[in-house]
Design a protein around this ligand. Structure first.
Ligand SMILES: Nc1nc2c(c(=O)[nH]1)N[C@H]1C(S)=C(S)[C@@H](COP(=O)(O)OP(=O)(O)OC[C@H]3O[C@@H](n4cnc5c(=O)[nH]c(N)nc54)[C@H](O)[C@@H]3O)O[C@H]1N2
Ligand SMILES: Nc1nc2c(c(=O)[nH]1)N[C@H]1C(S)=C(S)[C@@H](COP(=O)(O)OP(=O)(O)OC[C@H]3O[C@@H](n4cnc5c(=O)[nH]c(N)nc54)[C@H](O)[C@@H]3O)O[C@H]1N2
Ligand code: SF4
Ligand SMILES: [Mo]
Length: 711
C-alpha cells in the first residue's frame, strides 16, 4: 500500500495505491480515496480513474525521432540525449544561448520544477524559460504580491473555510473543478452565506439555491467594476473597517478617491447586476465581517480563473483584495482573501524558478543579493546566471524570429491546445529548428516535436508537491516505470553532463529536494526547515518553514506557517497596500456577436491529453458542447444538438449546441479541453495583462452559425 496524492489538480486529494496481481486485475494498481484534510476520502471522477493511464496502450514507450518522411520512429536513449546536446551546443555556438528556450509546468514536482529552472540557466545558459503557470496563476500572484508582498494561494488551511459564515467566490467553479472542495463550503451554505459570481449558472452557482446564498450573474469581464461597486457601497455607507485600515494598511485615501464614481446604479449599467443586489451584497458582507470580528463565523473572499484570466486580471484580483481589506479580513482569524490554485503543483511550480524573472525561493532574478545567494548554492559565480527572459506569450511569439529561440524543450504542457490564439502558437512551433517534448503521451504538442522523450508518470516517481494551501506533500512511487521511460531528473542530469554544465544535477529526488531547501533558505517561500522524513511521517508542513522549525508529525498539529500575515504582511512595514485600480471598458461588440467564455468540465483535465484517453471520461464528455441560452439559440436558428460554427477574426471552432438556461442571453460557453476544430483557444486573444502577462482566456467576441447537416 502506498499513500500518495492524485496527479491532477491542486487540491491534491489523498489516495492510496495498491499494486494488483496480474491474474486478478487488468489494472496495475487499485486506487482509493484516502482520508486527507483537503478531500476527506472523497475523489472526483478524474481522480478515481487516474490509474487507468498508467499502463495505457498509448503510453509512450521509447524516444521518438522525426524522420525525413515526417513520421516519428523509435531511437535509443543514448542517441536521443546525444542529439539534444549536439543540437543545443550547435545552435548556441551559432546564435547564442538565448536561441534555446524552455517551457515548464505546474504539473512538475517541486524537484523537477527547481531542476528545470537551474538546467535552463546553467546547462543551457539561456534566460528564455517560462511555464504554463503563466496561463494559470500569474494574475493572482501579481495581485497578491502587490497587496501583501507575498503570494501563497490560500494563506490559511482549507479547513478554515469549514466554519465560515460567508464566502464570496468570484470566477471559480469548484463544484466541477475540485468537487471534494464543496464539503468546505457546507458551513457557509448552512448559514445562507455562499455568494457566487459567475456569468453562467455554474454547478457552483447552483450550490447557492435553497437559501444557501445567492448568485450574481454579471456580464463577462465586468468583475472589476462589480468589485469597485461593492467597495463603493462599503465606503459610502461607512461600512469599511477604518481601525483595521489605519492599523494594517496603506493607501486608503487614494483608494477611496478611486471608488467615488462607482455608485451602484452606474455599476449596474456596466455589469448587468442590479443595483439593489450590489447594495445587498456589500451590506451582507459588512454585517458578516463585523459579526466575525465580534467572535462570530469568519468571512472569506476567494477568486478563481474566471476573474483572473483576463487582460485586466491583476487589477481585478487587486479589487477583490481591496474589498477584503476594506472589510478588515486578511491577516486575521475573522477571515481573509485567497485564490484557488489550479494545477497539481501550481503552487510549488511558481516558487522554484520556472518563471522567466524568478529564482528559487520566490527570489528575483534581477536582485543582486538574490542572485548571489542562488549562485552560492549552485556553485557558480552570479554572472553565470542569465537575466530575465520572456513571459509565455512573448516567448511563443519569438520562436523562429531573427533573434528568437531556434530550439525549445517542453516539459508538462500542451500549448497547441491550451495557449491563447492556439493556431499562432502551433505555427510558431513549426519555425523552430528543433522541438523536444517530454511527455508520457503523444499530446498534440508532442505530435509536432522533432524529438519526443517518454517520462515517468506520477505513480512511478518520488518527489514533493505543494498544494493549494502551501502545504508540502510527498508524491510516492508505487510502481516501477515502463522499461524505457525515464525520470526527468535523470534526463536533466544526463544532458547536463553532455553540455558540460557547471554545478550538480542529481537524478535523485531527495537529493534535489535537499538542494532546493538551501536555495529557498531565507527566501519568501522558505522550505529549509522541511524534512523529507517528517513529510514521510505525515507532518502537516506549510511554508515558510525556515531551518530549525520544530516540526511535529502528529495529527492535528500544523507546522511551519499554516496562517500567513497574522503578525503582519510581507511588505517591509508589515502593512498591506490598497492599490487603486481603474476599469477600461472593452470595445463594444457588434450587434451580431455574442460573448464567449471558456473554462472546464468536470470530466476533463486541461488540454485533455490525459483525460481524453480515459475511456469512461471520454465517453461521458466525448466532444465539445457549446452552452447557449435557448432564446439565443432560437435567434441564431440553432437547435439542440445541432453543429455550430463559432468564429471570429482569429479562427473557427465547431461544436454541438447544448441549450441551457444557465447561460446568459449574450454569452456562450466552451470548454477548452478538445483538439482540432474543437479547440476553444483558436478563438481566444493573446492580448496580455500588463502586470502578469496573463492572456485574455476567459472572454472573446464570436459569431455563431448553425451548420445544416445532411439528414
Ligand atoms: N475538471 C477539471 N478540474 C480542474 C482542471 C481541469 O482542467 N478540469 N484544471 C485545474 C486548474 S489548472 C485550474 S486553474 C482550476 C480552474 O478552476 P476554476 O477557476 O474553477 O475553472 P474555470 O472553469 O476555468 O473557470 C471558473 C468559472 O469562471 C467563469 N467565468 C468565465 N468568465 C468569467 C468572468 O468574466 N467573470 C466571472 N466572474 N466568471 C467567469 C466560468 O463560467 C467558470 O464557471 O481547475 C483545476 N481543476
Ligand atoms: N481557453 C482557455 N485556455 C486555457 C485555460 C482556460 O481556462 N481557458 N486555462 C489555462 C490554465 S489555468 C492552464 S493551467 C493551462 C494548462 O494547459 P497545459 O499547459 O496544456 O496543461 P496540461 O493539459 O495539463 O498539459 C500537460 C501535458 O504534460 C503532460 N504531463 C503531465 N505531467 C507531466 C510531467 O510530470 N512531466 C512531463 N514532461 N509531462 C507531464 C501531460 O500528459 C500533458 O500532455 O491551460 C490554460 N489554457
Ligand atoms: S479534485 Fe483534483 S485532486 Fe481531487 S480527485 Fe479530483 S482531480 Fe484529483
Ligand atoms: Mo490552471
Amino acid at each position: 500500500m502506498t499513500d500518495t496524492h492524485c496527479p491532477y489538480c491542486a487540491l491534491q486529494c489523498g489516495i492510496t495505491l495498491e499494486p494488483n496481481q496480474p491474474e486478478h486485475s487488468t489494472e496495475p494498481v487499485s486506487l482509493k480515496g484516502r482520508d486527507f484534510e483537503t478531500n476527506g476520502g472523497a475523489l472526483c471522477r478524474k481522480g478515481y480513474s487516474a490509474a487507468k493511464l498508467l499502463d495505457h496502450p498509448e503510453r509512450l514507450q521509447t524516444p521518438l525521432l522525426r524522420q525525413p518522411d515526417g513520421s516519428l520512429a523509435p531511437i535509443d536513449w543514448e542517441q536521443a540525449l546525444d542529439l539534444v546536446a549536439s543540437k543545443a551546443l550547435g545552435i548556441r555556438a551559432e546564435s547564442g544561448a538565448d536561441a534555446l528556450a524552455v517551457f515548464g509546468s505546474g504539473s512538475l514536482t517541486n524537484e523537477k520544477a527547481y531542476q528545470l529552472g537551474k538546467f535552463a540557466r546553467l546547462a543551457l545558459g539561456t534566460s528564455r524559460i517560462d511555464y504554463n503557470g503563466r496561463f494559470c496563476m500569474s494574475s493572482a500572484a501579481a495581485g497578491t504580491n502587490r497587496a501583501f508582498g507575498l503570494d501563497r494561494g490560500l494563506p490559511f488551511p482549507l479547513a478554515d473555510l469549514d466554519g465560515a459564515g460567508m464566502i464570496l467566490m468570484l470566477g471559480s467553479n469548484v463544484a466541477d473543478t475540485m468537487p471534494p472542495f464543496v464539503r468546505h463550503l457546507t458551513g457557509a451554505r448552512e448559514n445562507g452565506g455562499l455568494i457566487v459570481v459567475d456569468p453562467r449558472r455554474s454547478a457552483t452557482a447552483k450550490l447557492c439555491a435553497d437559501n444557501a446564498g445567492w448568485h450574481l450573474q454579471p456580464t463577462p469581464a465586468t468583475d472589476l467594476p462589480l468589485l469597485l461597486g461593492l467597495a463603493h457601497v462599503l465606503v459610502a455607507e461607512s461600512l469599511a473597517d477604518t481601525s483595521y485600515l489605519a492599523a494594517r494598511t496603506n493607501g486608503f485615501g487614494s483608494l477611496k478617491a478611486s471608488l467615488a464614481s462607482w455608485w451602484p446604479e452606474r455599476t449596474a449599467r456596466i455589469t448587468g447586476v442590479p443595483a439593489e443586489q450590489i447594495r445587498h451584497t456589500a451590506r451582507a458582507l459588512a454585517q458578516a465581517a463585523s459579526e466575525a470580528k465580534a467572535g462570530g463565523k469568519p468571512v472569506y473572499i476567494l477568486t478563481g480563473r474566471g476573474i483572473e484570466q483576463h487582460s485586466n486580471g491583476t487589477d481585478t484580483v487587486t479589487a477583490a483584495i481591496n474589498l477584503a481589506l476594506l472589510l478588515g479580513l486578511p491577516g486575521t482569524l475573522a477571515g481573509g482573501y485567497g485564490t484557488i490554485t489550479g494545477q497539481g503543483n501550481g503552487q510549488g511550480g511558481r516558487e522554484h524558478g520556472q518563471k522567466c524573472d524568478q529564482l528559487p525561493g520566490y527570489r528575483k532574478i534581477t536582485d543582486l543579493g538574490h542572485r548571489a545567494h542562488v549562485a552560492r548554492v549552485w556553485g557558480v559565480e552570479p554572472e553565470a546566471i542569465p537575466g530575465p527572459g520572456l513571459p509565455a506569450v512573448e516567448l511563443f511569439d519569438a520562436l523562429g524570429t531573427p533573434r528568437g529561440p531556434r530550439m525549445m524543450l517542453i516539459h508538462g504542457a500542451n500549448p497547441v491546445i491550451s495557449a491563447p490564439d492556439a493556431s499562432r502558437v502551433a505555427s510558431s512551433l513549426t519555425k523552430l529548428d528543433f522541438l523536444v517534448v517530454c511527455d508520457f503521451f503523444l499530446s498534440e504538442t508532442a505530435a509536432q516535436a522533432d524529438l519526443v522523450l517518454p517520462v515517468l508518470q506520477w505513480a512511478e516517481e518520488e518527489g514533493t508537491m505543494t498544494n493549494l494551501e502551501g502545504r508540502i506533500l510527498r508524491r510516492r512511487a508505487a510502481l516501477t516505470a515502463p522499461e524505457n521511460a525515464r525520470s526527468e531528473l535523470w534526463i536533466f542530469s544526463q544532458l547536463a553532463q553532455r553540455l558540460d554544465a557547471p554545478g550538480c544535477f542529481s537524478p535523485d529526488a531527495q537529493e534535489v529536494f535537499e538542494e532546493l531547501k538551501l536555495a529557498s533558505a531565507g527566501g519568501l517561500s522558505d522550505y529549509s526547515g522541511v524534512n523529507w522524513d517528517d513529510l514521510d511521517a505525515g507532518a502537516a508542513i506549510y511554508w515558510p518553514c525556515p531551518a530549525g522549525t520544530d516540526v511535529k508529525a502528529q495529527p492535528g498539529i500544523r507546522n511551519g506557517t499554516p496562517r500567513l500575515f497574522l503578525e503582519g504582511f510581507a511588505h517591509e512595514d508589515q502593512r498591506a497596500v490598497l492599490v487603486p485600480v481603474y476599469f477600461q471598458p472593452a470595445p463594444r461588440m457588434d450587434k451580431s456577436s455574442v460573448s464567449l467564455v471558456t473554462g472546464r468540465l468536470l470530466e476533463h483535465y486541461q488540454s485533455g491529453a490525459q483525460t481524453r484517453r480515459v475511456p469512461e471520461l471520454a465517453k461521458a464528455a466525448p466532444e465539445p458542447l457549446l452552452e447557449i441560452h435557448p432564446a439565443t439559440a432560437l435567434a441564431h436558428q440553432i437547435a439542440q444538438g445541432q453543429k455550430v460554427v463559432i468564429s471570429n477574426e482569429r479562427g473557427e471552432v465547431t461544436a454541438r449546441a447544448l441549450l441551457s438556461s444557465d447561460a446568459r442571453l449574450d454569452t456562450v460557453f466552451l470548454p477548452f479541453h478538445y483538439p482540432d476544430s474543437g479547440t476553444a483557444n483558436l478563438l481566444t486573444e493573446a492580448k496580455v495583462d500588463p502586470h502578469s502577462k496573463m492572456p485574455e482566456f476567459k472572454h472573446a467576441h464570436v459569431s455563431l452559425s448553425a451548420v445544416k447537416e445532411e439528414q
